[in-house]
Design a protein. Structure first.
Length: 216
């Protein structure tokens, strides 16, 4: 273990092979370029809807932790009221462990509910994928506060690039309210990983988005 610049301990275990696989990176780049093109097109009506529903910035960003806890700025379409982070302490956490979830979070706007249900709020993350901070498929990207509370066995999930989708996305996502379950899924992804498995998870993600409820 060593101390990360942000103040938390980071495991010195070997990075998972998926994090430096050149073919996976090529798939990420191609996917990100296509995804950003789609984002530019749908971003116009989304921007108008966000402004009419709750005037303020179109995008929301937050510092998340990537491979070995390296911090990066993750982007989303804003789905909450302005200054939602400062109101977080007023909302009870319904999840267990080092994650925050509330099924009826009052900070989420009407348009934001639709964006989350359809996962459209996550389209700007294609930029993070293009920059190499994220992958199309990986683990759930944790916040800095979450990582600061990690126990030793949690750090293994930081050996893989965080992804726009992954095991947690196709196996319950919104219904997973125990952090240990998320860790288990992330480690399962590391064990099963292959390029073909990544493609399978991408196809499963589309099925989940169009056939089930999205995030909250």
């Amino acid at each position: 273990m060593h101390v990360h610049p942000l103040g938390f301990a980071v495991s010195c275990q070997d990075i998972h092979p998926s994090a430096f696989c050149k073919i996976k990176r090529l798939i990420d780049i191609v996917g990100a370029i296509v995804g950003l093109g789609i984002t530019l097109i749908v971003g116009i009506p989304i921007a108008i809807a966000i402004f009419l529903d709750n005037p303020g910035p179109l995008l929301y960003s937050q510092i998340r932790c990537g491979v070995q806890g390296r911090p990066f700025r993750m982007w989303k379409f804003r789905s909450m009221v302005v200054d939602a982070d400062r109101l977080k302490h007023l909302v009870p956490n319904q999840a267990k462990g080092h994650i925050f979830k509330n099924r009826n979070d009052p900070r989420i706007t009407r348009v934001g509910q639709f964006l989350r249900r359809t996962s459209l709020d996550e389209l700007p993350q294609f930029w993070n994928v293009l920059m190499g901070d994220m992958s199309l498929v990986g683990t759930r990207p944790p916040t800095v506060d979450e990582v600061r509370q990690y126990r030793p066995h949690h750090h293994q999930r930081l050996q893989v690039k965080p992804g726009m989708t992954g095991e947690w996305q196709v196996n319950g996502r919104s219904g997973i309210e125990d952090f240990e379950d998320i860790v288990a899924l992330d480690l399962e992804y590391q064990r099963k990983w292959s390029l073909s498995y990544d493609l399978l998870l991408i196809f499963k993600t589309f099925y989940v988005i169009f056939n089930k409820h999205g995030a909250y």
